[in-house]
Design a protein around this ligand. Structure first.
Ligand code: BGC
Length: 449
């Protein structure tokens, strides 16, 4: 997609421009001021799970440096700051006892945002369940909704007067598939016996979270996020086309359709039929639905797959971008702004979506810090392409209200540890020294226009 030369103002006066972050990836201070452990603290202790044996214990030390980091957000010209609340910081055991110091930290953070004129945009759950709850079954447990209700209610009652912008879950497909099916993310569980209940609890939690926020927070603007990736068949053979369709159901439809009141997308895919029966989903259609004010769309790559009977259930395997010789990030993820445009249009076409916010988009490239400069031209090019795609979808009627880059600073990139850097600001993790990358300066200039 070619970039029309556009100032940020062409997206409209009220368009929200933000940066997105997450507690487990940024805060550090994992055992300070009464915080309980999260599943990522525990998972990172298991051998071979995280690249380089990295731990999220210190991360970006955002817990202590939030004031400086918010100054960076401001300096780069963004007006919205998305962050998540660490459940085990405010409820160390997941339930029960409230940690006053944890509660106070988010008050300080929110107050600082407001003092700087930044809109706080809060994610309730960004993948860091309290370890105490994982011991009781975590996302697979029958008690999950009760625990989640307690957590959401506490957040809403504490912060609802000051925070009006809320996201219930971050990418349920991400944490249920990687954490409960493939075992690559915390808590490292595998198999359908974990995956199915985790999916169903996440689907119920996203709707229930919406209802709780509506009840407790006056004038709240409520959404939840979905990852999406266009899935293309490697050839036009029927087997490959069907493989792409199955993958598409999993990646792009599984979580949003129940939220929109359509139930699980279970036809034409035996795995989803199983889920449907296993969860007795027909009983829950109404409870799985919530009338969100917006949906958050998160896009990082497009996928090409071919039929592969050896892969359980989905019977599809990815043909990597590198082997197809198409542009990709250092993560190996295909760069394809046209596919982003098509996904935005597609989510809009559901008809019942009121507003869309691109709640994450960004890329990891192998940055080099030389003489105090990170000249990350590829990242700048990436943003230009993706913003142009978003502009086109918006011009053609998709009601897109905001865009968040992922992310402010380099951080703890889950199983990739500290190796994969997505930030607009470079961090030297030995000294915590921050250096704004050229992409950060590019954003500043773009937003100034
Ligand atoms: C997640 C982020 C993550 C990013 C890059 C998104 O799916 O929400 O937490 O860092 O992808 O992998």
């Amino acid at each position: 997609m070619k970039l029309p030369v556009l100032p940020a103002s062409s997206f409209g006066k009220d368009f929200l421009w933000g940066v997105a972050t997450a507690a487990a990836q940024n805060e550090g201070a994992y055992n300070i001021d009464g915080r309980g452990l999260s599943i990522w603290d525990s998972f990172s202790r298991r051998k071979g799970k995280i690249q380089g044996g990295a731990k999220p214990y210190e991360a970006c030390d955002f817990y202590h440096r939030y004031k400086d980091d918010l100054m960076l957000v401001k300096a780069l010209g963004f007006s919205v700051f998305r962050f998540s609340i660490s459940w085990s910081r405010i409820l160390p055991d997941g339930m029960g006892r409230v940690n006053k110091e944890g509660i106070a930290f988010y008050h300080r953070l929110i107050d600082e945002c407001l003092a700087l004129g930044l809109t706080p945009f809060v994610t309730l759950y960004h993948w860091d369940l309290p370890q105490a709850l994982e011991k009781e079954g975590g996302w697979t447990s029958h008690s999950l909704l009760r625990w989640f209700t307690r957590f959401v209610t506490l957040c809403a009652e504490e912060y609802g007067d000051k925070v009006k912008h809320w996201i219930v879950l971050n990418e349920p497909m991400g944490f249920t598939s990687l954490g409960y099916m493939l075992g690559r993310h915390a808590p490292g569980r595998t198999g359908l016996n974990n995956f199915f209940p985790a999916i169903h609890n996440a689907v119920l939690a996203q709707a229930e979270g919406g209802r709780l926020l509506r009840h407790y927070v006056k004038d709240a603007y409520i959404g939840t996020t979905f990852s999406c990736s266009e899935v293309m068949p490697y050839t036009d053979k029927e087997d490959d086309i069907k493989a792409a369709q199955r993958m598409d159901i999993l990646l792009n439809r599984l979580f949003v359709e129940p939220a929109l009141g359509r139930g699980y997308p279970h036809n034409d895919f035996p795995l989803m039929d199983k889920l449907y029966l296993h969860t007795k989903a027909w009983k829950y259609t109404e409870r799985m639905q919530f009338n969100f004010d917006f949906i958050g769309i998160q896009n990082y790559f497009a996928l090409t797959v071919k039929h592969n009977p050896l892969i359980p259930y989905v019977q599809a395997s990815e043909i990597k971008a590198a082997s197809r010789k198409v542009p990709h990030t250092a993560m190996g993820w295909e760069i394809n702004a046209d596919s982003f445009y098509r996904m935005l249009k597609r989510f809009w076409m559901y008809g019942s979506v009121k507003e869309i916010i691109v709640s994450e988009n960004g890329a990891y490239f192998k940055d080099e810090l030389k003489n105090g400069v990170v000249n990350d031209v590829q990242r700048i090019d990436y943003f230009q392409q993706y913003l142009a795609a978003m502009y086109k979808a918006k011009q053609e009627g998709a009601n897109i209200k905001g865009y968040f880059t992922w992310t402010l600073t380099d951080n703890f990139e889950w199983a990739e540890g500290y190796k994969a850097r997505f930030g607009l600001v470079h961090i030297d993790f030995k000294t915590q020294l921050r250096t704004i990358k050229n992409s950060g300066y590019w954003w500043r200039d773009f937003l100034k226009q």
